[in-house]
Design a protein around this ligand. Structure first.
Ligand code: FES
Ligand SMILES: [Fe+2]
Length: 344
């Protein structure tokens, strides 16, 4: 396990709750093929998506009750991974089956545990209540990215790119001009940028009719191993006691698919006008436009890093303070994984 390029013994978001159904779904998580489905009682199941017989993907098969039947020679496996039927043989060898992964569901997201199953602990999952609390409305979506997950973490921690990449959605003046204040508590990194008296970016015109300039605030939190919580605040200039100060929250979960591709689960959550489906659709569209713009940048950036004869060394500038703090944490965790004796 020490040689894995991915952080082990972690919960990873593997799907939105609605994605896991009675139709088997294949998804690679941290380089491991996994088939996801629901039992008849609704509980999610995660099994290694390689039939132990001849390695055919189980996700090509069908469900019979809580069991999955391999589409090649008809072997069946239960939710625990144990083989329950071999059509051409009366006896099932003891312990024969496929691997079952710990799986759990929280805030409308499904999490799978990558690593040693006995270490899985639900308490390690952060509380992303904004995604499921009835006082909030959440637009939860998915984008597939052709880049290593850490490049996306970098992207979300350095929002100076908004001005250049997201001109029609998130950009406004005041981003470059104001510093990012970075603090760290254990392995949680927080970054805040205050932008007083700026013109509202297009996204701030979706829910409120700001007559003039606004005070805008970005509050970014990195939560290990791969979550970025962004709270966006906005108020008419000088009115910081505004009860609607929290404009929206963006939840970002970056789950490695391979070393070069990432499952990006994101939610735009709001407390204002929660019943207004049009607002929800508009927010989703604006953010999707922005994230599709990021997808192109990240893909091209990954390609240039991979082909750089100088090894793709990245440079940290002032705006990268949070980026470097988080990179240090991830590097340390990877080191501890590679040499457990280095821990402490
Ligand atoms: S490969 Fe699955 S039953 Fe043979
Ligand atoms: Fe972006």
């Amino acid at each position: 396990m020490g040689g894995s390029p991915f952080l082990q013994n972690q919960w990873y978001v593997c799907a939105r709750s609605a994605d896991v159904t009675r139709a088997p779904l294949q998804r690679w998580i941290c380089g491991e093929p996994i088939v996801f489905y629901r039992r008849e009682n609704g509980a999610p199941v995660a099994l290694e998506d390689r039939c132990p017989h001849r390695k055919y993907p189980l996700s090509q098969g069908r469900l019979i009750g809580d069991e999955i039947e391999c589409a090649y020679h008809g072997l069946r496996f239960g939710a625990s991974g144990a083989c329950t039927l071999i059509p051409a043989q009366s006896e099932i060898p003891k312990g024969f089956g496929t691997r079952a992964y710990p799986i759990t569901e929280r805030n409308n997201l499904v999490y799978v545990w990558i690593g040693a199953a006995e270490k899985a602990d639900d308490k390690l999952i952060p509380d992303f209540f904004e995604n499921s609390d009835p006082a909030w409305a959440a637009e939860c979506d998915y984008t597939h990215l052709e880049a290593n997950w850490q490049l996306i973490v970098d992207n979300l921690l350095d929002l100076t790119h908004l001005t250049f990449v997201h001109k029609t959605t998130l950009a406004s003046s005041g981003i470059q001009e104001n510093p990012l204040i970075v603090t760290q508590e254990g392995d949680v990194v927080r970054a805040r940028r205050e932008m007083p008296n700026v013109e509202p970016a297009p996204i701030f015109r979706t829910m409120r009719n700001f007559a003039g300039n606004i005070d805008r605030f970005q509050n970014i939190s990195y939560l290990p191993p791969n979550h970025i919580h962004i709270r966006i605040e906005a108020c008419p200039t000088g009115k910081r006691e505004d009860p609607d100060l929290v404009h929206h929250v963006v939840l970002n979960h970056l789950t490695p698919e391979t070393e070069r591709t990432t499952h990006y689960f994101w939610s735009i959550c709001r407390r204002m006008r929660t019943q207004d489906a049009e607002i929800g659709a508009l927010l989703r569209r604006l953010n999707k436009t922005a994230f599709d713009e990021d997808a192109v940048i990240l893909r091209d950036q990954q390609k240039m890093i991979d082909t750089d004869p100088d090894g793709g060394v990245l440079v940290n500038l002032d705006a990268d303070k949070a980026v470097s703090a988080v990179r240090r944490i991830i590097r340390r965790k990877m080191q501890e994984q590679a040499e457990p004796s280095a821990k402490g």
